[in-house]
Design a protein around this ligand. Structure first.
Ligand code: SAM
Length: 221
């Protein structure tokens, strides 16, 4: 499915979020605590939207490894190369050849929702970061409260699949999107999963009126 939507993925993101995804990327960057010279791992990196923002943050002395299991998403990412970014084909739940304990931060944006084995995902993220390193997860969520929930239902369940079908030509992928949000674990449960996979001081917050969640934990020493 991700191979099929790769060509129009970033355009649709911009339309669907009215460009707000750039602001949410900045929140992820702040949560990582990454500085110039830092080393980062961006899982389910897709076409590299967040990966490129991280690369600019860590600068020429730093580096980012982006991993995704869709060849076409990575092909789109590689069309916008940066000297301090490497893209690699791989499964986020089984990171073969990715070193343990060397990254200052690991991130995943809009990826966890698509991954059935969240224990495997977060244990891999915890394994790859250094002790004290940050693991950050950005996801779409259903907002609490009747008014927000009604607006969200209209936008996400009706407008997004309609836009997706027209812009990407793939109605199935953009019907899957709201369904996957409905089926994803509750934010408190995601925090529990992170804690039981080697992360401590796990906290989470809602952004944009509750339609986005940002989780962060740190690898135990
Ligand atoms: C909605 S996109 C998010 C892309 C990017 N992180 C962003 O911020 O735009 C989800 C991505 O997760 C990838 N993905 C899903 N399951 C994966 C897995 N087990 N391992 C690696 N990538 C995966 C898909 O190929 C897709 O590129």
């Amino acid at each position: 499915m991700f191979d099929r939507i790769a060509g129009r993925y970033e355009l649709l993101n911009t339309v669907m979020t009215a460009g707000l995804h750039r602001i949410w990327n900045r929140k992820v960057l702040a949560a990582t605590g990454l500085r110039p010279g830092g080393r980062a791992l961006d899982l389910a990196c897709g076409t590299g939207s967040l990966t490129r923002d991280i690369a600019r943050r860590v600068g020429p002395r730093g580096s980012v490894l982006g991993v995704d299991f869709s060849r076409e998403m990575l092909r789109a990412a590689e069309r916008r190369p940066l000297p301090n970014v490497e893209y690699r084909l791989g499964d986020a739940t089984k990171l073969e050849g990715v070193e343990s304990g060397v990254f200052d931060a690991a991130t995943i944006a809009y990826g966890a929702r698509n991954i059935p084995d969240l224990d495997a995902l977060f244990s891999e993220m915890a394994r790859c970061v250094r002790p004290g390193g940050a693991v950050v997860c950005l996801e779409i969520a259903r907002p609490p409260g009747r008014v927000a929930s009604a607006f969200y239902g209209l936008w996400f369940d009706k407008v997004v699949p309609w836009l997706g079908a027209r812009i990407s030509g793939d109605a199935a992928a953009y019907s899957y999107l709201p369904e996957s949000v409905k089926e994803f674990v509750a934010p408190d449960d995601l925090a529990v999963i992170m804690r039981r996979n080697g992360l401590q001081s796990v906290t989470w917050s809602r952004l944009a009126g509750g339609i986005i969640t940002l989780h962060r934990g740190f690898r135990r020493a």
